[in-house]
Write a protein that binds this ligand. Structure first.
Ligand code: F6P
Ligand code: MG
Length: 447
């Protein structure tokens, strides 16, 4: 496609990129330094401490590079595939941290942080975001319990639901999974327990419905329910651990219980990523936490019912988890295409072709679907996702808005929301990074 709009850059003062690179990234790197120092201090192994010191010093160097708008250097070792993808872009470019392309650099940041760990023999699989992920889930007790009760009430009858009721519940569970994304640790690093609770309850979800600025759930439902394949698989390209993946699980269980799908695949990240993203081990930690009767001491009957269901589906092969290094590259999702044979895009495409619906969760996945470009907000979703609109994948994006890129809106809505927001907020476009608005967009893969 010619004449593509430009991507967002960290130098763009009209974009959330600007403060992200200057404030949020600095805080996130500082938090990783503090975590490494504290973890080292707790250990009695001098070798572990020594490696910890080395990592902390590398992280400090990175922080200083970002703060001082240093040059973005390629990885030393291009024989590692994931690094080669970044290096390919960096070759012949002279990006700096505070001016370069936002999407590329944000992915590069988490990749380079991880590279400091994987090269150390005693820290190679340390999850630098584990503490944050776990403590945040521990603050989600009320929301988690409420959803377990809701799921319990519904599952006794779910086998016999008529199509109309199934569709209503499909919408409800999809929206629960959508707003589950609002609890994102990279944005809510400073949120209080009450802040988190206020976005996790049923009442909050109802209120938020008006904030879904475009909603293609009807098309997604029609596509899935009219699909006559004997085997119907629904995929989730997951985003965050903890409360969000819990809401995804509830949606997945509903799909399996009702026979709307007979297989679910969860795609996780392969390394600690964007602070809160799910790794496979986080799924098992979640199950352990749910079983913890000290943490969850109320509504045990409902919680145990839910845990049994998850384990049942996981053990009998209908709820599967897998990961691919592709999800933690710089590459946007226009690369999920048979033509991308170098870094795994064609493999991911081939895998997803077996799916009746691929659900992309969250903000970063949406930015990668749309290439993080300056599209006009009324651009059709199918135009913004490039060849993905026509290469056979049925795609549903469930995204709470935390960044500038936005498509698929009816004429006038962008300005209307901006005007409304400006009445009670300083920055007219602040709603774009607030996580209070959302979009649900569908593409049938045959445009
Ligand atoms: O775009 C804003 C942002 O906070 C990014 O820094 C990060 O890409 C993303 O949102 C994280 O959100 P999510 O977990 O929904 O992908
Ligand atoms: Mg995330």
């Amino acid at each position: 496609m010619s004449n593509l709009p430009d991507v967002y850059y960290n130098k763009d003062s009209d974009s959330f990129a600007f403060s992200t690179a200057r404030v949020r990234w600095i805080k996130i790197i500082q938090d990783t330094i503090d975590d490494v120092i504290q973890t080292s201090e707790k250990s009695s192994n001098p070798d572990f401490q020594k490696e910890g010191e080395a990592i902390a010093s590398q992280l400090k160097g990175l922080k200083s590079d970002v703060e001082n708008d240093g040059a973005v250097k390629p990885f030393d070792d291009s024989s590692i595939k994931a690094f080669a993808s970044f290096n390919k872009v960096l070759k012949g470019q002279s990006y700096t941290w505070l001016t370069g392309p936002w999407l590329f650099l944000e992915n590069y940041l988490y990749r380079i942080i991880n590279s400091f760990f994987v090269e150390k023999s005693l820290w190679f699989n340390y999850d630098i975001f584990d503490n944050l992920k776990r403590s945040s889930f521990e603050s989600s007790v009320d929301g988690v319990t409420e959803l377990a009760i809701r799921y319990y009430q519904l599952t006794e009858t779910s086998q016999k639901l008529d199509d109309e009721t199934k569709q209503i519940l499909f919408n409800e569970f999809a929206e629960i999974s959508l707003w589950g994304n609002a609890t994102d640790l990279s944005l809510l690093a400073t949120a209080t327990l009450d802040d988190i609770k206020s976005i996790q309850g049923a009442e909050a979800r109802k209120k938020s419905e008006a904030n879904i600025l475009t909603n293609d759930l009807k098309q997604a439902w029609e596509s899935l329910s009219s699909n006559t394949n004997e085997h119907k698989r629904v995929d989730f390209v997951l985003d965050n651990a903890g409360f969000e993946v819990y809401t995804d699980l509830i949606f997945a269980l509903f799909l399996l219980d009702t026979g709307i799908a007979n297989e679910i695949v969860f795609h996780t990240k392969d390394i600690p990523w964007m602070v809160s993203d799910v790794n496979i081990k986080d799924f098992y930690i979640l199950l352990q936490d749910l079983k913890n009767t000290k943490l969850f001491n109320k509504s045990r009957k409902e919680l145990d019912h839910l845990i049994n269901k998850i384990e049942y589906y996981n053990n009998n092969g209908t709820l599967n988890l897998r990961t691919s290094p592709f999800w933690t590259l710089d590459l946007d999702f226009w690369n999920i295409d048979p033509s991308e044979t170098q870094f795994g895009g064609s493999k991911v495409h081939k895998d997803l072709l077996d799916s009746s619906l691929v659900i992309f969760k969250g903000d970063m996945n949406y930015r990668k679907l749309t290439g993080d470009r300056r599209w006009d907000s009324t651009t059709p979703f199918t135009k913004s996702i490039g060849s993905l609109a026509s290469n056979g994948l049925k795609i549903l994006a469930l995204r709470t808005i935390k960044a500038d890129v936005l498509v698929g809106l009816p004429e006038g809505v962008y300005d209307q929301v901006s005007d409304e927001w400006a009445k009670s907020n300083e920055s007219r476009l602040g709603w774009l990074s607030s996580g209070k608005y959302a979009v649900i967009s569908f593409s049938n893969g045959e445009n």
